[in-house]
Design a protein around this ligand. Structure first.
Ligand SMILES: Cc1ncc(COP(=O)(O)O)c(C=O)c1O
Length: 366
């Protein structure tokens, strides 16, 4: 017998995109894939070399608490980037990317029979983690007229966790610190935790976005960070959680059971990645160049680009995904991410600059 939560789950939407891509490739169509948000950017040679240099003759099990050097590098980065002191020993734990930690949070906190809240459209993992933990799920629509921010007053009383994700996948919207302050006031009053998925905090083009780490009172704030997008390291699987000491202690107790500590050679490469900003500047420049090609090409079609201030995503009103697909341009239909995504499509700017230029030419012909 299979867990009914699993059997009742719809196919992970990106599996469907991958199927469409394979069909097109088999039919001989050149596919330019703006679907999945997996960066095609090279990982900086310095980081790759650090990984190679760190591969030992024998690799023992990595410990859940991670290497002290990595926790220190993450803490130093929080200080440099957000101006906050996060204790590397008690307030940080390394994670295997951020997805597994996002998924399992509802099992680590006491959520059974309580509600996990998140805005939609959304990355699907908040919901799945909550359902597997036996929690109830409440979505809040993220709408253009509310700048894609959820209505804090609509959070139910029995809420255990509120997920936020800014810069936001899929809309590219950014939340101001005032929004986090309002949410923190509600969290203190009603006793929920704010879980902030900040996977895209470094992919900005105008102003660097704030973090919930900057809250005046961060006693209810948990941050999920990752090198996947910042340093184009999706395959390495490396991130960290920064959270109040009692939550980090709970994560350190839970995580050895699951076995999700990153390999030590990955941790050593991660130290190099967190300690360097040059390669992040270069990454932003590469995405900016792609935006400079794709934004005018999309606007020239009369389609409207909404939000999209940060992240690798453009959130667009107008195009029909199937018509684009016929010409080999693969995008994600907005409803993949929730009902409030209907009417939008998401372009993930992961193809190379050359491919973006070819896609722009195809759009011009459409
Ligand atoms: C919003 C969001 N959060 C988290 C992740 C997970 O990233 P990773 O597990 O690679 O850190 C992703 C990946 O696409 C994402 O889009």
């Amino acid at each position: 017998m299979i867990n009914p939560t699993l059997t009742e789950m719809a196919t992970y939407p990106f599996v469907r995109l991958e199927e469409a891509r394979r069909r097109l490739v088999a039919a001989g169509v050149e596919v330019i894939d703006f679907g999945k948000g997996d960066p095609n950017e090279p990982t900086d040679p310095m980081i790759r070399q650090a990984l190679i240099d760190a591969v030992p003759e024998r690799a023992p099990y990595p410990l859940a608490q991670g290497l002290p050097e990595l926790r220190q590098a993450a803490s130093d980065w929080c200080k440099r980037r957000f101006g906050v002191a996060v204790d590397p020993d008690t307030e940080i734990v390394p994670t295997y990317g951020s997805k597994e930690a996002i998924f399992s949070l509802a099992q680590v906190l006491d959520t059974a029979g309580r509600t996990v809240v998140f805005g939609e459209p959304a990355y699907p993992v908040y919901e799945r983690g909550a359902l597997f933990a036996g929690a109830k799920v409440q979505t809040l629509p993220l709408l253009r007229e509310n700048s894609f921010l959820p209505d804090v007053d609509a959070i139910p009383d029995d809420t255990a966790i509120v997920w936020v994700n800014y810069p936001h996948n899929p809309t590219g919207a950014v939340a101001p610190l005032e929004f986090y302050e309002r949410l923190a006031a509600a969290a203190a009053e009603r006793g929920f935790y704010i879980a902030s998925d900040e996977a895209y905090s470094e992919l900005w083009f105008d102003q660097s976005p704030p973090s919930v780490l900057q809250l005046a009172d961060r006693s209810r704030a948990l941050v999920f960070q990752t090198l996947s997008k910042r340093s184009s390291m999706t395959g390495y699987r490396s991130g960290f959680v920064a959270a109040p000491a009692e939550i980090v202690a709970a994560l350190k107790a839970y995580r050895p059971t699951v076995g999700t500590a990153p390999q030590e050679f990955v941790q050593r490469a991660s130290v190099v990645a967190w300690n360097d900003e040059r390669h992040v500047d270069e990454t932003r420049a590469r995405y900016r160049a792609k935006r400079d090609v794709m934004i005018p090409a999309i606007q020239a079609k009369g389609w409207e680009i909404v939000a999209s201030e940060a992240t690798m995503y453009l959130w667009v009103v107008g195009p029909a995904p199937d018509a684009l697909l016929e010409r080999g341009i693969l995008v994600s239909p907005g409803e993949f991410f929730g009902p409030s995504g209907a009417g939008y499509v998401r372009f993930a700017l992961v193809p190379t600059l050359d491919e973006c230029e070819r896609a722009a030419a195809i759009l011009a012909e459409l």
